[in-house]
Design a protein around this ligand. Structure first.
Ligand code: GLY
Ligand code: MN
Ligand code: MN
Length: 274
């Protein structure tokens, strides 16, 4: 039953996404002077307690190379202006539905050349994955679409020798840098319906009323010698919450800026009005 959300549940999810956007804007406002990941966590979590029940899961405030550690929740590193901040955070409302949003923000307000290159590739992968969210498609189709764009981008960057070879089922070489699949169901639990039967979830079809995340990422470990030095320590994820409709999908978090240019404009606007 929980795989298909009704109107009330969708309205709840839309509400917690709106709250989560405000939490992200609180973080941006504070990024000009914040000194640690802990402050970022504290500021976001305050919004969660003011507007909702709590955070839906431990806030991931991962700056610099910490972004390459999935589920970094120690949040104890100092912030450096030249780094990115991967903020994966979601507010759980009073009806206990949670958002699950990631934005990767340049702490200075501007992406460096290499950061932008990685970011734009993840953004293109997410666009391909979002386009694959439609009823009747396999649940895994958005992931396949994202993995293809990422592998092709990694090949262009000279990190993978050949995208087709990397993508073949017995190789999957891009996974060294992509680390996780692109989607999970979302609802009362952040990883909703995680114990649903595989034939209706992981190996099932997308159906109207399902709400899932679309969250590709690229992570270049700081000590990975297969990656050109200038990219090492960059980790990027972009995560949105999406409703499958009868004709396609509705991105419930579409009002949260996503492209590198829009993220820079968003940060500048929040700073100009605070
Ligand atoms: N925040 C956990 C996840 O994105 O799945
Ligand atoms: Mn997620
Ligand atoms: Mn997340």
């Amino acid at each position: 039953m929980r795989l298909i959300k009704d109107e009330l549940e969708i309205a709840e999810l839309e509400g917690v996404v709106r709250s989560t956007k405000r939490g992200f804007e609180d973080v941006i406002r504070t990024l000009k002077k914040a000194k640690t990941e802990r402050e970022v966590e504290g500021i976001f979590n305050l919004r969660a307690r003011v507007e909702g029940n709590d955070v839906g899961y431990g806030t991931i405030a991962a700056s610099g190379a910490n972004a390459c550690i999935l589920h970094w929740t120690r949040n104890d590193a100092p912030l450096r202006r030249r780094d990115l901040l991967l903020l994966d955070a979601g507010i759980e409302g009073n009806q206990l539905y949670t958002a699950d949003i990631t934005r990767t923000l340049p702490i200075s307000g501007k992406f460096s050349k290499e950061q932008r290159e990685v970011y734009d590739l993840v953004c293109a992968a997410q666009a391909a994955a979002l386009a694959a969210v439609k009823p009747g498609n396999d649940f895994m189709e958005p992931n396949r679409a994202a993995q293809r764009v990422l592998a092709e981008g990694l090949a262009k960057m000279g990190i993978l020798a050949d995208a087709e070879h990397a993508l073949s089922p017995d190789q999957q070489l891009q996974k060294r840098y992509t680390l996780h699949n692109t989607s999970h169901m979302l609802g009362i639990d952040v990883h909703d319906c995680a114990k649903a039967r595989q034939e209706v979830y992981r190996y099932g079809k997308l159906k109207p009323g399902m709400v899932l995340t679309v969250e590709p990422g690229l992570y270049f470990q700081p000590d990975d010698l297969t990656v050109p030095e200038r990219y090492r320590g960059i980790g990027v994820r972009i995560e949105d919450d999406v409703l499958v409709t009868t004709t396609g999908m509705k991105n419930l978090s579409r009002s949260i800026p996503r492209t590198s240019a829009d993220v820079e404009r968003w940060m500048a606007k929040v700073w100009a009005t605070s």
